[in-house]
Design a protein around this ligand. Structure first.
Ligand code: KIV
Length: 283
């Protein structure tokens, strides 16, 4: 199987094939996802909440995402790597956006960038695409605007709000995006958006009618105890697996069971005799 390209992603909608996307932030995890045939790995600014201990994505910097993106690139032989442009790294000016998106490709090894927002960023998206950098759009609940939304609220609940999202998606398509993430909207709104554009839509908390789905990896693997949005399905409880292993290790170290001889290195008898011949027993 060859590398996944933005062209292949566009074709998947035409062929009616669902797109599988997950987040990852490190090389070994990226390798697992790649081996499992995940189409797109998003190095999301969700790295802030998922790995870096922040309460939101706002504190995440361009250098943070580039650092994790480069690790994902090194570990992943196949999936398309998309680097998420963090808060305020593309809104100051089109020049700023071009420079920062270029860094995501040159230093992070990404093959595409994701840019949040509909209306106000469309011209920036157009300029980035024109510069030869593939862009994934992101509409609905866009977490970098959380203070403007006043919380993590479902978007596009009324017919008017849904119309506005459809218009945003169409303008992004016109600006050249190769796909659009739709976050936290009713399934009927997501269906209407999906049917109104020819580029694939990738849903998160947006129901079953999108052309693909994305989840934050650590949410679906169950790394966190208290964070479980309604739309996340937990496929594992990795937190429990880690806790069991760490508890067992601690118990074995304390009781002297680990390390046993199987996990230790031995000297030859001769060397060991010479060593112990030299060691003076304590007086
Ligand atoms: O940062 C991220 O992981 C995202 C996804 C939730 C789409 O933007």
């Amino acid at each position: 199987m060859g590398r996944v390209t933005t062209h292949k992603i566009r074709m998947m909608k035409k062929k009616g094939k669902k797109i599988v996307m997950l987040t990852a932030y490190d090389a070994p995890t990226a390798q697992i996802l790649s081996e499992c045939g995940v189409d797109i790995i998003l190095v999301g600014d969700s790295v802030g909440n998922s790995l870096l201990g922040h309460e939101s994505t706002i504190p995440v910097t361009l250098n943070d995402v580039i650092h994790h993106c480069a690790a994902v690139r090194r570990g992943n032989p196949r999936s398309l790597v998309v680097g998420d442009m963090p808060f305020m790294t593309y809104k100051v000016s089109i020049e700023q956006a071009l420079e920062n998106c270029a860094r995501m490709l040159q230093e992070g090894g990404a093959e595409a960038v994701k840019i949040e927002g509909g209306g106000r960023v469309v011209e920036t998206v157009r300029a980035v695409v024109d510069a030869g950098i593939p862009v994934m759009g992101h509409i609905g609940l866009t977490p970098q605007s959380i203070f403007e939304f006043g919380g993590y609220r479902v978007q596009g609940r009324t017919a008017d709000a849904a119309e506005r999202l459809i218009e945003q998606a169409q303008r992004l398509e016109d600006a050249g995006v190769f796909s659009i993430v739709i976050e936290l909207v009713p399934s009927e709104t997501a269906r209407a958006i999906t049917e109104s554009v020819s580029v694939p839509t990738i849903g998160i908390g947006a129901g079953p009618h999108c052309d693909g789905q994305v989840l934050v990896l650590w949410d679906m693997l169950g790394l966190f105890e208290d964070f479980k949005p309604k739309f996340v399905k937990q496929y594992a409880n990795i937190r429990r697996v880690i806790m069991n292993a760490v508890n067992q290790y601690a118990e074995e170290v304390r009781s002297g069971i680990f390390p046993d001889l199987e996990h230790s290195f031995e000297m030859s008898e001769e060397e060991s005799g010479r060593l112990y011949g030299r060691v003076k027993p304590p007086e």
